[in-house]
Design a protein around this ligand. Sequence first.
Ligand code: HEM
Ligand SMILES: [Cu+2]
Length: 746
Amino acid sequence: MASVASGRSGEKPYSVRAPDWFYDWVATVDHKKIGILYLVTTGIFFLIGGIEAMLMRIQLAQPNMKFLSPEAYNAVFTMHGTTMVFLVVMPLLLGFANYFVPLQIGARDMAFPRLNALSYWLLLFGGLLLYFSFVAGSVPDIGWFAYAPLTERPYAMSNAVDYWTVGLLVTGFGTIATGVNLIVTVVKLRAPGMTPRRIPVFTWMSVINSLIIIGAIPSLTAAQIMLLFDRQFNTAFFDASRGGSAVLWQHLFWFFGHPEVYIMVLPAFGMLSEIIPVFARKPIFGYSFLVASGAAIAFLSFLVWAHHMFTTGLGTWGNAFFGAASMLIAIPTGVKIFNWLGTIWGGQIHFTTAMKFCLAFLALFTMGGVTGVQFAMFPLDWQVTDSYYIVAHFHYVLFGGSFFAVMGAIYYWFPKIAGKLLDERLGTWNFWTLFVGFNLTFFPMHILGLMGMPRRVYTYQDKPGWGDINLLETFGTGIMAISVLILLWNIVASLMHGRDAGDNPWDAWTLEWATTSPPPEYNFARTPVVGSARPLYDVETRNWDLFPPEETHQAHAAGMFVSRMPTPQLGVLVFISSEVVFFGGLLSAYIDYHAKSNHPGPHELDVLRTGIFSIALFASSGTLYIAERHLGKRDNAGFRRWMLITIALGAIFIAGQIWEYATLAGEGTTLSVNLFTSTFFTLTGFHGFHVIVGLCALAVVTWLSFTGDVTHERDVPIRSVAVYWHFVDAVWVVLFSTIYLWTALF
Ligand code: HEM
Ligand SMILES: [Cu+2]
């Protein structure tokens, strides 16, 4: 309550207070509200990304146009691509997962509600920071994959690249946190009876997607930190003139970038697997194959990244490996297409708007997929890379695929979120204008690409046919814009006076339809118990009691595979697996430079002295284990004693690191001297930071044992911190072996 005194005595000071709904939304930790915040925020960013696309299409409508300057055009396609990938498609799908995964598994909320809220605000803050670049007059113009050395000084002197890097670092932290949250939620919070084979496919795809997120995004995080260090502290990670490697950026970016395309499509696969069975009135065909192929795609997606680098001189074997692995991905993807066709086959098809969008997905995504397989044949890729054939390909999979699935999900799940049905007549207009507009915009791009039109050109000469085809594309984009307006009109009109949806307007079978529309804050008054993958169908046909008395729940625990690990400890474990990729990214830079014969060596390092301090750190894992054993025996004093020893050992290690840094600085060996120092200080610095975070956590837990909040019965905090501490030790085993022993001995 903000109050401003009027100064006139006796008068009631007037106060400025935001309406309650404002606090409700800003301070919410409810997954449904957070889901809606994601959907609205990404919807606004979609409109912004769409306007950027319109600007590009107007500029390209005819040859030699002067609507946008070359600089402005570079900024517009960079912001368009970056926005659509990081601020629209990826978080939009996570928004749907936020809203529907807890409902689909019969849970009250996500495992970590406050962390969930933080994830959303990191997305918003990162996105606003990125767009603040317009206010600052330094708009990123380096393309959405920001290749070095274009991003390095002296080629990019303004802060444009820093806005791109920091903005996406912030959103990246939020995305990783959401990934951790979704995995732990589904592992720990499923309703009784929801065994792995009964988990809805959308939820499965959201879990597998989260595994990709924590495996891929940290690689981008590591690369962005190295880029930031190059720009702010003059290190030389990607500076070829000082022995760095611009190609290393590409490896780290695409190790993230290719899995990223699956982060943008796997939940869309999940949406289709929810919608198609309901409107074909048949259970999904080949449930296990669908889920397993999703897992196969996730695994393979980490083995193909260099198919984006066939022209960087990987060599025939490199190209052949990545080409073959890329073709392999077509198999599990094809399996899914057949699963959906198998579900439609012999079904009673209801051509609702949601179903129309899903059917269009099947055609458009397959077209995009087929051209993707073509690129795996690297000689062909050499011909079409960086042409409009590529631009057509990724819009067919990302827009024709992911976005058409999202449109289907909007028409399917809007009634549950808003309690109102969207108008089907407007829906049909929405569908056909988007389908026609989309194909008019992007199909001709294949032809222009084969005619040789490169991407990322702000204009082109008046070559035969180029002007007409581009004009047709721009006309198509106009129709897409009309379609988006029809959707907005439908949403607003339906919110205001749409038909009430009721709990289950589509007669669907999964748990989200067992709640009211919209669902109550608490989701389910009593915990549901499921007996198959179609719980609501069982209620109808098998007289299944969805909400039986609490005491019967235990009978449904068999085969649930719920981890016995406490939720926070499991959360830490999942989080540190993303840290493995982060340190792996930083380490790859060190190994890259170590492989170079002329690398300036570590002869400055005192291996013996650091070895001694390292023993202190390694021993601290042992003392921590002893401390836990004492707590297990309810010996709190012993616990505290060994905790203090552990903290002391960690502090000794840090003192050793500070001593080494001081010695090196004294010899003039600092971060930006050469490649070795850049990688050395960055790697050991981040590890040191992790040790300090661990020491703080150990100190807090020790303190909590004094206050009685950590005891034998209440040991979750120490078990969670212990997982992290042992991880930090394990990282030093790798770093000490690589930087000190390997480099010193070989
Ligand atoms: C709304 C309709 C859309 C239109 C009309 C559109 C149009 C375009 C055009 C013309 C380009 C090429 C710029 C160039 O190379 O010069 C482009 C690039 C791109 N678009 Fe879209 N796009 C749309 C939606 C999307 C969506 C939904 C995504 C999803 C992720 C997306 C992702 C990208 C990316 C990543 C690039 C590459 C940017 C770069 O080269 O750095 N676009 N888009
Ligand atoms: Cu790829």
